[in-house]
Design a protein around this ligand. Structure first.
Ligand code: SAM
Length: 317
């Protein structure tokens, strides 16, 4: 369906848990380890998926928190994939729990994976993530490539003085492997103390004029893609701050506690819990329809001092 500004909203980002194994400071608060809020059930997610499909959404991304912490993630994927009108189920994961599971996820109906990876150096990765094991992530990547979960996207959040000396190492991955390596601009969420470390996309591109723009893989994708002679993969830039793309935004987010947030960078949200308590889906459909129609026209990240009132791990990245 169209929102009130005429954007076609066809993409649901569904956070199935806010629990996470990692502790990336820019993403989550300490509470993320053991949140007190109840998580929706697989049945609830399926009802939400059906309602969104009835409203014209065709793509669902499972996220979190860390979605692979849900023991029923394969069930959720297979039931969502079976909904009429849903053409693609994708997932964003830190890949720590991915080794050995990629095939089962694919068989459940998962089409693609985005893997978050902010450093290619084991000690730095452990430090940035509060103890994450890079070897697990690399094994998960290899497993996903072997299973044909393609195109595989690696997302790195760059921070000045933290991991910006690895930009060319990341770009080299796209040169050698069928991977889309994407740099995400740091957004002011979570522990906001890192925000001064944001590196604007244009600065990275200016230093690498040999990267040439490529046509997008999909209309409305958030990344601007680049490539170079001899590259097997792509290098993408997701620049919500320096190149705001709200005019093309096609998504809404639903969180594991039943809250719907139409815009990542605005605090307005509404609860689906009452609607989910009804036995039929009429109210659910109408509640989601209203939220989609009222989606804010743009985020508030440019407003002085604005930070969303929830961390990314809670909202679902
Ligand atoms: N646990 C999964 C993972 O690590 O991919 C999924 C959830 S995580 C919230 C999704 C993505 O959000 C990650 O790629 C993470 O880097 C990104 N993210 C979290 N906080 C962010 C911030 N403040 N600015 C930019 N990206 C952020």
């Amino acid at each position: 369906m169209l929102d009130k500004t005429g954007r076609r909203i066809e993409y649901l980002r569904l956070s199935i848990t806010e629990r996470c194994t990692l502790k990336c400071t820019y993403c989550r608060s300490d509470e993320g380890a053991c949140p007190k809020r109840a998580e929706l059930s697989a049945d609830d997610f399926v009802r939400i998926g059906r309602a969104c499909a009835a409203l014209g959404m065709n793509k669902i991304r499972i996220t979190g928190g860390e979605p692979l912490l849900r023991h029923d993630v394969e069930e959720i994927i297979s039931r969502l994939a079976a909904i009429d009108g849903i053409s693609e189920i994708a997932m964003t994961t830190n890949a720590i729990h991915l080794p050995g599971r990629a095939r089962a996820l694919k068989e459940a109906g998962l089409a693609r994976l985005n893997i978050s990876l902010d450093s290619l150096q084991p000690a730095r990765y452990a430090q940035m993530t509060g103890g994450g094991d890079l070897a697990c992530v690399l094994a998960g990547i290899a497993d996903s490539l072997a299973c044909g979960l393609l195109p595989l996207k690696l997302n790195a959040v760059l921070m000045r003085g933290v991991n910006d000396d690895e930009i060319d190492d990341f770009i080299n991955l796209a040169k050698q492997h069928p991977l889309d390596v994407r740099f995400i601009e740091l957004m002011p969420m979570g522990d906001n103390s890192d925000i001064k470390k944001r590196i604007p996309t244009d600065e990275i591109l200016a230093a690498r004029p040999w990267l040439k723009p490529l046509p997008p893989r999909h209309p409305g994708q958030p990344s601007a893609d680049y490539g170079a002679e001899g590259f097997v993969g792509r290098v993408g830039f997701i620049s919500p701050i320096s190149h705001q793309f709200c005019g093309e935004c096609n998504r809404i987010r639903i969180m594991s506690d039943g809250m719907l947030r139409p815009c990542l960078g605005k605090n307005s949200e509404l609860s689906l819990l009452n609607a989910l308590a009804d036995v039929d889906d009429t109210t659910l459909l109408e509640t989601i329809r209203t939220a989609v129609y009222e989606k804010p026209s743009g985020h508030a990240f440019h407003q002085e001092g604005f930070t969303p009132d929830k961390t990314m791990s809670r909202i679902g990245g």
